[in-house]
Structures are given as structure tokens and as C-alpha cells.
Design a protein around this ligand. Structure first.
Ligand code: S3P
Length: 172
């Protein structure tokens, strides 16, 4: 397996925590687009949103994706906007494997609540309803993925094993 593996999905779906473990198990390098953008710009994602706005952040995401698609053997936690417009998978580079992670709104709410302040798309005091509304407006991640894994109510190691099984089944 040499092709890059992209994890996509709504915030709090587990892209980073699962990505690190998946990369370790597959002996690949893990890359989180948010962390890479922070290194390049010298600002946290929250700071970047605050000082330069969402449009600038989205363009940094696209630039980062371009850079990463020239590498291989990575597990990449992709930022929220990194789903192709009009259903084209080209933006992830040729032959990439795209995995969608999802979880029920209640669990997303509990997860993002633990790391308040790091999600600029949610206001300071957000409710379960705010999360549900945002999820409704959001892109349909499942549509463009090779497969989807539900991360709700499962231990992380089990999720990683499930992903590896699916990759082997599909000979990805
Ligand atoms: C975003 C998700 C966040 C972060 C930024 C925008 C999104 O990352 O990139 O707040 O548009 O869904 P996580 O998915 O790691 O929360």
C-alpha cells in the first residue's frame, strides 16, 4: 500500500486521533493539514481565522493539499473544506484512498466540547443544536469516499482495525 490515505469528515469525527494510530500501525507518516498550516503560517488555526478570515484559511488548505499530493505513503487528516467540489476526487491526487469518518451529533458535540476554542466555526458557547445545524449544512463527505467508518461509541483501536480490514478487503 503506497498511495496516500486521506481521512475526511466533519470536525470531531476522529480524523486526527484515528489518523495517528492508523499511520503507526501501517508504518506510514501521519500528516494533519491543520498542523501543517499552523507550521507554515506561524499561527494557530483559530488565530488564522480571527486575523485573516475563513477564505484565507480555505486557500491555505488547498495549497497544503497540493503540496501533500506530491508525496506518498502518508496518512492525512484532511481539513473540513477538503472535499472536492462537483464530486471530483482529482484534488486528492491520483490513486489516493479516501476514507470518511462519521459519528452521531451527540458524540461530535461531546468531543468538540472537550476542546473548546479550537473550532472557529463554532461560537464560544455552542449547543448540540448548533452542531446539528452545522452538520446539516456541511458537505456530503460520504459521497466521495471509498468507504465510511462510524467512529461513534467504539474504542480507537477497534476503529483502526476496522479500517485496516476494509483496506485489505478492497486491496487498496
Ligand atoms: C474545520 C475543521 C477543523 C479546522 C477548522 C475548520 C472544518 O478541524 O480545520 O476549524 O471546516 O470542518 P477538525 O476537523 O480537526 O476539527
Amino acid at each position: 500500500m503506497q498511495n496516500n490515505i486521506f481521512l475526511i469528515g466533519f470536525m470531531g469525527s476522529g480524523k486526527s486521533s484515528i489518523g495517528v494510530r492508523l499511520a503507526r500501525k501501517l508504518k506510514r507518516t501521519f500528516v494533519d493539514t491543520d498542523r501543517e498550516i499552523e507550521k507554515v503560517t506561524g499561527m494557530t488555526v483559530a488565530e488564522l481565522f480571527r486575523r485573516h478570515g475563513e477564505v484565507r484559511f480555505r486557500s491555505e488548505e488547498k495549497l497544503m493539499l497540493n503540496k501533500l499530493t506530491s508525496r506518498e505513503n502518508l496518512v492525512i487528516a484532511a481539513g473540513g473544506s477538503l472535499t472536492p467540489e462537483e464530486g471530483s476526487r482529482e484534488i486528492f491526487g491520483k490513486n489516493s484512498i479516501i476514507i470518511c469518518l462519521k459519528a452521531p451529533p451527540e458524540e461530535i458535540f461531546a468531543r468538540v466540547n472537550r476542546k473548546k476554542g479550537s473550532r472557529p466555526l463554532l461560537k464560544k458557547a455552542f449547543t448540540l443544536e448548533d452542531v446539528e445545524k452545522l452538520m446539516e449544512q456541511y458537505r456530503d463527505y460520504e459521497e466521495i469516499a471509498d468507504f465510511t467508518v462510524n467512529t461513534g461509541g467504539k474504542p480507537q483501536e477497534q476503529i483502526v482495525d476496522e479500517i485496516i480490514d476494509r483496506l485489505r478487503e478492497g486491496q487498496c
